[in-house]
Design a protein around this ligand. Structure first.
Ligand code: C2E
Ligand code: SIN
Ligand code: SIN
Ligand code: FE
Ligand code: FE
Length: 419
């Protein structure tokens, strides 16, 4: 059923307001696609994001296929990529920036520059007919991706009631194009904002690197890669869905890269000291945890949330001997104190999982690498140290996962050698 024009306008205003209250990229794109399909009464659709010279299918929705699944079950999350070229429909739109309104995918004229690729239809048994393809552009007119709306469902009215109609697949008209453009521009805004956030994060990482030369690109990449690999295995054991795992891995990678960003607040005299820190200096060094966490405390996104958690908790120990303990990020004061007024360290599962994971990845890498204050350990020594620290410094389940796959973790971290 279609809405009348006024209802549509109100819905669109309401929808735009909603977009400003939440900031998660995936959820937003999913929602925009859903709304676009509902306004245009389309059976299927997708959003494809440009990454280098490829289009990555990030969101695919199909109502008629979804209905064939048992209730509660979701379509398998499909992520696949295609090289951008003018011969494909979305490639053509991504290169030329043109909107393409195709009546029937199987009846595209032979002299058209692009062709429909029936591979996915063959695989899924779906029959694609009408396709509306809209390029997603930023405000400098650069292409960020494309949105496709597929199979316009038209109603044949037999009587007066809407229930009398039956649906058939027709084509999209110019009014549909106009509406679809509105949703495409919403999707473009979201993508631009995500890009800005990403750029900002990369700038922060560079800043931390400048400040502390041992916070090198390779090191930060090793800790991040180890962390997401540990997370993936841990989450697999906890029956977390593949879609959620993928999603969290993305955010964890960035957050893990920034685990020590709070070192920007530590004096060079301490940070670059060639020898062992005095107890006083070490106390100051410990503040890099909550200094880092405070950088993200105006939480706007899932990323801010996770980056806070990682910076704050990556030096807590499983047995409750770590730091900084329960601290209020707003005031910087202890939230829970011991007899001497010091913050009580967190222990066991009080330490958020992402903190426990980055702690293990960080120490594995610190022990394996040379530092101004220590030389690199052999991998045998690192293995034994981590084993000894299970249940003391580290979550024993994570140590089990790590040591079971030790050679694998060793090999992924060797992908990022120090220059
Ligand atoms: P980092 O160098 O990245 O080390 C991270 C963590 O790895 C350390 O946290 C510690 O848990 C572990 N780790 C690193 N090297 C060793 C080692 O030789 N033996 C053992 N058992 N564990 C090791 P921690 O101790 O809280 O230190 C946090 C940060 O403070 C370090 O990050 C480093 O930047 C700085 N730091 C710690 N100790 C010293 C020191 O003696 N001299 C200097 N210049 N900096 C230090
Ligand atoms: C480094 O010292 O190379 C990086 C510091 C860290 O990951 O804790
Ligand atoms: C410390 O200096 O007390 C920490 C030892 C280390 O991480 O090397
Ligand atoms: Fe640290
Ligand atoms: Fe570290």
């Amino acid at each position: 059923m279609k809405l009348d024009n006024n209802q549509q306008l109100e819905e669109i205003i309401h929808f735009s307001e909603e977009l400003n209250t939440t900031q998660d990229l995936d959820l937003l794109l999913e929602k925009i696609l859903l709304e676009a399909r509902s306004f245009l009464n389309a059976d299927a659709g997708s959003i494809q994001i440009k990454e280098g010279d490829e289009l990555v299918f990030s969101h695919v929705q199909t109502d008629s296929m979804q209905r064939k699944l048992p209730p509660g079950q979701k379509l398998i999350y499909t992520t696949f990529r295609t090289r951008i070229n003018k011969n494909s429909i979305s490639g053509y739109a991504a290169i030329t920036g043109e909107i393409l309104n195709i009546m029937d995918a199987y009846k595209i004229s032979g002299d058209s520059p692009y062709k429909f690729d029936p591979t996915n239809d063959k695989k899924s048994g779906y029959v694609t007919k009408s396709i509306l393809t809209i390029p997603l552009k930023n405000n400098r007119n650069e292409i960020l991706g494309v949105m496709q709306i597929i199979n316009s469902l038209r109603t044949v009215e037999e009587g007066k009631g809407i229930d009398d109609g039956f649906e058939y697949v027709g084509s999209f008209d110019s009014r549909d194009e106009h509406l679809a453009l509105h949703f495409a521009s919403a999707a473009s805004m979201i993508l631009q904002r995500a890009q800005m956030t990403r750029d900002l994060i990369l700038r922060m990482i560079n800043m931390a690197e400048l400040r502390d030369p041992k916070e090198t690109g390779p090191h930060v990449n090793r800790v991040a890669t180890l962390a997401i690999e540990i997370y993936e295995r841990w989450a697999g054991r906890k029956n977390i869905s593949p879609k959620e795992i993928d999603h969290n891995k993305d955010i964890l990678r960035m957050s893990a890269m920034l685990h020590d960003v709070g070192k920007v607040g530590i004096s060079d005299l301490i940070l670059k000291k060639p020898g062992k820190l005095s107890p006083e200096e070490y106390e100051i060094m410990k503040s890099h945890t909550y200094i880092g966490a405070q950088l993200f405390k105006n939480k706007h996104s899932e990323f801010d949330e996770m980056a806070t958690v990682v910076a704050l908790n990556h030096h807590e120990n499983w047995d409750g001997t770590g730091y900084p303990g329960y601290i209020n990020l707003g005031t910087g004061l202890p939230e829970k104190t011991d007899g001497k007024g010091k913050p009580v360290p967190k222990k066991g599962e009080e330490i958020p999982i992402y903190g426990r994971i980055v702690a293990l990845a960080d120490v594995y890498d610190a022990l394996s690498s040379r530092r101004v204050y220590k030389s690199a350990w052999t991998q045998d020594d690192v293995f034994n140290e981590i084993k000894i620290l299970a249940g003391r410094k580290f979550d024993p389940e994570l140590v089990e996962i790590f040591l079971e796959n030790f050679d694998y973790f060793k090999s992924i971290s060797s992908r990022y050698p120090d220059e």
